[in-house]
Write a protein that binds this ligand. Structure first.
Ligand code: ATP
Ligand code: MG
Length: 380
């Protein structure tokens, strides 16, 4: 593979680059969009890297957002309010495996050298159409290789998240991980324990959304030792390739104890509850031929029914669709009587009302035709 003479840079990105160059600041396109375009994949989200310091960028452009100013990143808003990330050439001068102290006023070469993988360390000048590829990223793209920039041990120890990024890119592009990079990833896997749950979760979730094959991604997490630390509940992953790419669903279905895994990953309470429902119900599906059992199941699983259908047999999904098409009463609010009606006909106010309503719902789930005021009050 060789570099194309030009890349199609979106107008808005080009405008930003021109403005910075006109103000005397060297400005290059870098990162994932360069990589993806060289691979023939659509990606218009070009990041810019520049010699301008964050304060310079804020002076040159009227409308900016300081999205990561301590790391040199300012988002410039275009005419459609779309943000474009502009990051100052930087070097990491102090790292602890999680955070970096960065220094500005360095060269493009230094900036490329601090990037994680060779395929992510290619720069393109959008005006002069020049390329800079000091680490042979273009060769690695052609060879389908994920390879650390520089010594992989050092690079992983500077930021352990890079181990997970390597797995994500490998699964997404079906690239091999270079032998020494893979070896270092395994050797440094214990360092992953230092990362925050949020960063790990974001990587795992992005991986789920972008991997060509989920089983490949899960296999990499296991082989490298990342699963041992962050996904110890990971179970059988041979049948996960058919799952929809909803990260919470995938995580729940691959986990032996979904709620504990989603809790470790600091997911929202809502997502943890979704996972808990999957863990609770997935081995306990109703018989698709038994309509009353299906209505009871729909009533009990409530908002989680659709998540659960994903893991059930097709015959169940079909049977449930047929039941739903008839809109049967499934919850207390669907009953033809209210608590007040029960009290009016003699039920003592208090817990008795709830108990009676629940019993009536059971009867109605058994046979929806019973859901009339007359019938239900006759049962009180
Ligand atoms: P994508 O956005 O498609 O996931 P990307 O390569 O653009 O992939 P980003 O996280 O958007 O990834 O980062 C942009 C660029 O910043 C990367 O291409 C890489 O050069 C650099 N980078 C990002 N994270 C790291 C890191 N942890 N260590 C070193 N360089 C990084
Ligand atoms: Mg990106």
């Amino acid at each position: 593979m060789t570099f194309p003479p030009q890349l199609p840079i979106p107008d808005e990105v080009l405008k930003i680059a021109k403005k910075l160059e006109d103000a005397g600041f060297e400005t290059w396109c870098v990162g994932g969009a360069i990589r993806d375009n060289l691979l023939g994949l659509e990606n218009h989200d070009f990041d810019l890297t520049t010699s301008a310091k964050p304060a310079d960028v804020q002076k040159v452009f009227k409308r900016t957002v300081p999205v990561g100013i301590e790391h040199g990143t300012v988002a410039v808003l275009d005419s459609a309010n779309h943000p474009h990330e502009v990051t100052t050439f930087r070097k990491d001068i102090q790292t602890d495996g999680r955070h970096a102290v960065v220094e500005f006023g360095v060269s493009l070469m230094d900036d490329l050298a601090r990037r994680d993988f060779t395929v992510n360390a290619i720069a393109y000048h959008p005006i002069r159409h020049e390329w800079r590829d000091p680490f042979q990223g273009e060769q690695d793209l052609a060879k389908k290789l994920i390879r650390s920039v520089g010594d992989p041990n050092w690079r992983f120890q500077e930021d352990y998240l890079r181990i997970l990024r390597a797995l994500r890119f490998s699964a997404r592009f079906e690239f091999r991980i270079h032998a020494r990079t893979l070896e270092a990833a395994k050797a440094n896997a214990q360092g992953l324990a230092q990362l925050s749950a949020e960063r790990v979760r974001d990587e795992w979730f992005k991986g789920i959304q972008t991997a060509k094959k989920l089983s490949k991604l899960a296999g990499l997490w296991r082989d490298v030792g990342a699963a041992r630390i962050w996904l110890p509940e990971l179970g059988d992953t041979t049948h996960i390739d058919k799952l929809p790419r909803d990260p919470v669903i995938v995580t729940a279905y691959v986990a032996k104890d979904p709620a504990s895994l989603l809790t470790r990953l600091k997911c929202s309470n809502r997502d943890i509850e979704r996972g808990r429902a999957i863990g609770k119900w997935r081995e306990n599906y109703p018989d698709p031929r038994n309509a009353a059992a299906l209505r009871k199941w729909l009533s009990e699983t409530g908002e989680y029914a659709d998540d659960l259908l994903i893991g059930g047999p097709d015959s169940l999904a079909k049977a449930v669709a047929a039941i739903r098409a008839k809109h049967p009463p499934l919850s207390l609010k669907d009953l033809a009587v209210r608590g007040d009606d029960l009290i009016a006909s003699g039920v003592r106010p208090g817990p008795d009302v709830g108990e009676m309503l629940a019993r009536l719902l059971d009867e109605v789930l058994e046979d929806p035709a019973r859901n009339t005021r007359e019938y239900l009050l006759s049962r009180v």
